[in-house]
Design a protein around this ligand. Structure first.
Ligand code: GDD
Ligand code: MG
Length: 336
């Protein structure tokens, strides 16, 4: 099975972290987000992943120079300009040498981390005779997602991307799709086309779109809150055995307090500092007496002595937070 992974977005909700690193190359625990997505696909028989690249494509190629990731062959294709989700699927399909003879293929949003069983999804897709099947997950607040209504047999009767509340359903598009090659013919060439706003609604009209409801482990790691949550879930053992958050290659003063946090290789945490519910990227420095709560400190950044960084603050790569200062829910450098 081949998969197209959509990884060409600008990651605006994670700025400033994504100004220097594309979203799917940001670390989740100690590996790039991309590797979590690719290994999830590899567990279910995907042996070739086409990366649909755009923004900062070089960062991906530099990280996987031998064209392999999590035991899977990677094929990198770069859009000449952002073509949106469906435009990217069409472009990646053609540019990577896929064709109709390859049969059913997978597509996934590159910021989705899930334990979905795509083998089961394939069985449902085949028995329904679907042209495309999408994974649905149930959420409390569907407003920032694609909202999906289905018939009792699983056929999709409505697909509404980020609708105004009240949404007609709490089941949302979880960003993993199985597609027949004929879907490609539905996508106009060489222009921006959204799979969510254009292609899926047209397929609903034709009765060709099906869905699998599965409340498996699932996070779209594309916001500051969810980017942290997907890492804390791993620390808390919510996806299997709990894993250690502090790298053996980090330098942590014995008088620092670190709770439920990721501290990456080369980071330095000074005496009397407190790091809780946060991610401290490689080479970042938390100086003595500083506090970091529910926040992300980008690689090589510094939180100065006694400073407080709290409530979902994102500190950009190599930024220096002044000693004694306080940042709450901030993004620094500002204006990004
Ligand atoms: N190659 C390429 N080109 N990739 C793109 C482009 C593009 O022009 N635009 C976006 N992407 C990639 C992003 O990098 C991301 O991995 C994926 O497509 C989805 O884009 P997001 O920006 O993360 O979308 P979203 O989270 O607001 O909404 C999507 O995901 C939700 C589930 O997480 C939609 O598919 C919703 O319907 C869905 O509910
Ligand atoms: Mg997303």
């Amino acid at each position: 099975m081949q998969a197209i992974l959509l990884v060409g977005g600008f990651g605006t909700r994670l700025r400033p972290l994504t100004l220097t690193t594309p979203k799917q190359m940001l670390p989740v625990l100690h590996r790039p987000m991309l590797e979590h997505a690719v290994s999830g696909l590899a567990r279910h028989g995907v042996d070739r992943v086409v990366l649909a690249l755009g923004y900062q494509d070089d960062a991906f190629r530099a990280a996987y120079p031998d064209g392999r990731c999590a035991g899977v062959e990677l094929c990198c294709v770069v859009e000449p300009e952002p073509l949106d989700t469906a435009g990217a699927i069409r472009f990646a399909f053609g540019a990577s040498g896929m064709d109709a003879s390859g049969g059913t293929f997978l597509v996934a949003n590159g910021d989705v981390i899930t334990d979905l069983d795509t083998d089961e999804m394939l069985r449902v897709h085949r028995s329904a005779g679907a042209e495309a099947t999408i994974h649905l997950i149930e959420v409390e607040d569907p407003s920032r997602y694609g909202v999906v209504v289905t018939d009792p047999d699983g056929r999709v009767s409505a697909f509404l991307e980020k609708p105004q509340p009240p949404a007609p359903s709490n089941w949302i598009n979880a960003g993993t799709y199985l597609m027949e090659p004929s879907v490609i013919d539905r996508i106009g060439p060489g222009r921006r086309v959204s799979v969510e706003r254009e292609v899926f609604p047209a397929m609903v009209t034709d009765g060709a779109l099906w869905a699998l409801r599965r409340n498996t482990y699932w996070v779209d790691a594309g916001t500051p809150q969810t980017y942290l949550r997907v890492q804390l879930d791993l620390l808390d053992g919510r996806r299997g055995p709990a894993v250690a958050g502090v790298s053996a290659d980090a330098s942590v003063d014995p008088e620092a307090v670190i709770e439920r946090s990721v501290v990456m290789a080369g980071a330095v945490v000074g005496a009397g500092s407190v790091v809780r519910g946060s991610a401290v990227h490689s080479g970042a420095v938390i100086e003595a007496g500083a506090t970091v709560l529910d926040s992300v400190v980008g690689s090589g950044a510094t939180v100065g002595r006694g400073a407080r960084v709290t409530d979902g603050t994102l500190v950009g790569e190599r930024f220096e937070v002044a000693p004694g200062s306080a940042l709450s829910g901030a993004r620094v450098p500002q204006g990004v």
